[in-house]
Write a protein that binds this ligand. Structure first.
Ligand code: ZN
Length: 242
């Protein structure tokens, strides 16, 4: 039996991403670039899905066969059907792992799973970011240096509208002075959740070796421990005579 972790890399794949400013970096879309580096790992089998696909790329059968879903969205969050967002959330609560990248902080599944606004401050000014590993013992930080640099990135700054994370794995400093909790984990019922900030689409960030390593580690961390069925409320019969 194939024991590889099954990953679906979902991308809104907006028209903007097909223009040269992005397509020059990711000719087949950033979802394909992410799936390609994940597939270099013998323990991972990654496929892709985009918003324009049937059922927005996320039919029940796809989610049921997905161990870890990776989400990239920015300008089309509102185009995701409420029913599809609810379907994703349902699978996470039942055990599917999910990794939200960059601007997915404003996606419907992110805000609804965390119950907060996902708000943050931002600035697009081509600035350097230094990412600090603050939980080197965490599986997502395995093999990641104490700190690493991405030369050009969009700034995301605090305050970040999230609940207190289960673990803050990375904190980022930006050249303009801001700081940001850039790698944070949560548990939502049976499912593991990881948010990772790097990945503005006009920079080659998903070609960065250390970024690739973090996302690969995160897939391995987020894979389901168990996958349960419907989370309903069964009426329980007493085990002893009452
Ligand atoms: Zn961005």
């Amino acid at each position: 039996m194939d024991k590889r972790i099954t990953v679906t890399v979902w991308n809104e794949y907006s028209e903007f991403q097909k223009e040269s400013v992005v397509a020059g970096i990711y000719p087949k879309g950033l979802h394909t670039a992410i799936a390609e580096f994940l597939n270099k790992d013998k323990d991972i089998q990654a496929k892709t899905a985009v918003l324009a696909d049937t059922e927005q790329g996320l039919p029940e059968a796809v989610l049921a066969a997905t161990d870890v879903l990776i989400w990239w969205g920015h300008s089309m969050h509102d185009k995701v059907d409420d029913s599809i967002a609810a379907r994703v959330i349902n699978h996470v609560q039942q055990g599917m792992g999910i990794i939200f990248l960059h601007s997915a902080h404003k996606s419907k599944p992110f805000m609804r799973l965390l119950g907060t606004s996902g708000s943050l401050s931002w600035r697009e000014a081509n600035e350097r970011t230094r990412i600090w590993t603050c939980a080197p013992e965490h599986p997502i930080a395995a093999g990641i240096p104490e700190q690493f640099v991405i030369e050009h990135e969009e700034m995301y700054g605090e305050p970040f509208g999230i609940p207190e994370p289960q673990k803050t794995v990375f904190i980022s400093w930006f050249q303009g002075g801001n700081v940001f909790r850039s790698g944070v984990t949560f548990q939502r019922e049976y499912g593991k959740v990881f948010y990772f900030q790097p990945g503005h689409e006009t920079y080659p960030i998903y070609h960065h070796e250390t970024v690739q390593k973090v996302i690969t580690n995160a897939v391995k961390w987020a894979k389901p421990d168990v996958r349960v069925g419907a989370l309903d409320c069964p009426n329980a019969q007493p085990l002893e005579k009452l």
